[in-house]
Design a protein around this ligand. Structure first.
Ligand SMILES: Nc1ncnc2c1ncn2[C@@H]1O[C@H](COP(=O)(O)OP(=O)(O)O)[C@@H](O)[C@H]1O
Ligand SMILES: N[C@@H](CCOP(=O)(O)O)C(=O)O
Length: 329
């Protein structure tokens, strides 16, 4: 988890008085996630998640995230729905932070993603992309290619303490990724829409179907969502789901993920051809935020830092792959 901001019993009870959720039965901090403070709430009205927004979330953007979740849920996607208080507002303040309560989703995220998870995951990602149609407000990707150079500069003072020569290697990758990146508009531009941008295994819940195969029961954590290249979201998932714990690429998982996606929203030839560079960019993006966090996580925060070098290994794989055939297609 993360719990960066502690909430007292008294503060929570006063906060809940603004809702029609009944009496508080229990609440506890959740020790997963890295971005925001999350609490599981049980009231006489049911189970909910209370989120206090921290760090990278710009409060001015919260109405967009909550609006997108409402839109996706109304289109049938299983995702958290923001709960409004008596005054009709879902976005409120608690313990000095912006805060919201969302519906609780059943299911568990896979600690060891298997091939059997990757097909349903691909299908759920494509369903998310389709469901985003019609949500007219846009949010630029604040962690897109234009952000990687400045982020690398902020990592530079400590980067080489994580691994000697790391920053110089990243300079090289960044330059070649930016050179190959598909244009955002005009000839060669790829389809755009609302993307999740952080659909890692810990943000996808599964339940077992009657055939005993895993089914996606919900997608959570939309606080990196933005309006960007749809295939970039696929590249993020190839990074997050298709490498084994020893960081070997599992082409069978990639094939399953892409087949699941294509069954709902077929990727065009241009999107497929762009996957190698999109995968390099996605690996660099997560490497950089992890590297920054490695040196800058506040002491005492109840959070587990994530290893940046796992993403260096992925980045090297993609840089060597070059062709889309490396992804099993
Ligand atoms: N709507 C939800 N339903 C059920 N559990 C949730 C929900 N939202 C968050 N959680 C729980 O909280 C954890 C952290 O949530 P997440 O949104 O990933 O946090 P962060 O934004 O800090 O990364 C999840 O792994 C899950 O256990
Ligand atoms: N998925 C990112 C970190 C963001 O974590 P989340 O808990 O918000 O999914 C990473 O692995 O670096």
């Amino acid at each position: 988890m993360a719990v960066y901001t502690e909430v007292s019993d008294e503060a929570l009870r006063a906060f809940l008085a603004g809702y029609d959720l009944g009496e508080l039965i229990a609440f506890r901090g959740i020790a997963e996630g890295v971005e925001n403070s999350n609490y599981a709430l049980k009231t006489t009205g049911g189970d909910f998640i209370l989120t206090l927004y921290e760090r990278r979330v710009d409060p001015a953007e919260l109405p967009w995230f909550l609006g997108l979740m409402r839109h996706l849920a109304a289109r049938g996607l299983a995702c958290p729905q923001p709960v409004a208080g008596h005054d009709g507002e879902a976005l409120r303040a608690l313990a000095g932070r912006p805060a919201a309560i969302c519906t609780f989703l059943p299911g568990v995220w896979p600690r060891r993603p298997a091939v059997a998870h990757c097909g349903p995951l691909g299908g759920a990602l494509a369903a998310l992309h389709a469901a985003g149609d019609g949500f007219s407000a846009e949010r630029p990707n604040s962690l897109g290619p234009q952000a990687w150079g400045p982020l690398l500069e902020r990592c530079r003072p400590n980067g080489d303490t994580v691994q000697p020569g790391l920053c110089a290697e990243l300079d090289g990758h960044l330059a070649s990724i930016l050179q190959d990146w598909p244009p955002l508009s005009g000839p060669g531009a790829l389809p755009r829409g609302h993307i999740h941008a952080d659909l890692f295994p810990d943000n996808v819940f599964f339940l077992e179907g009657t055939d005993r195969r895993p089914r996606v029961s919900g997608l959570i954590d939309f606080y990196f969502a933005c309006t960007d290249t749809l295939a970039y979201d696929v590249a993020i998932c190839l990074n997050a789901w298709c490498f084994e714990p020893d960081l070997a690429f599992n082409v069978t998982k990639a094939r399953a993920l892409l087949a699941g996606y294509n069954a709902v929203r077929p990727l065009s030839t241009d999107e497929m051809a762009a996957l190698p560079v999109l995968c390099r960019g996605a690996a660099l993006r997560f490497l950089l935020t992890r590297l920054y966090d490695w040196a800058n996580t506040p002491p005492g925060a109840m959070v587990t830092r994530k290893d940046p070098l796992e993403y260096l290994r992925r980045l090297r794989f993609h840089a060597a792959a070059k062709e889309v055939s490396a992804y099993g297609v």
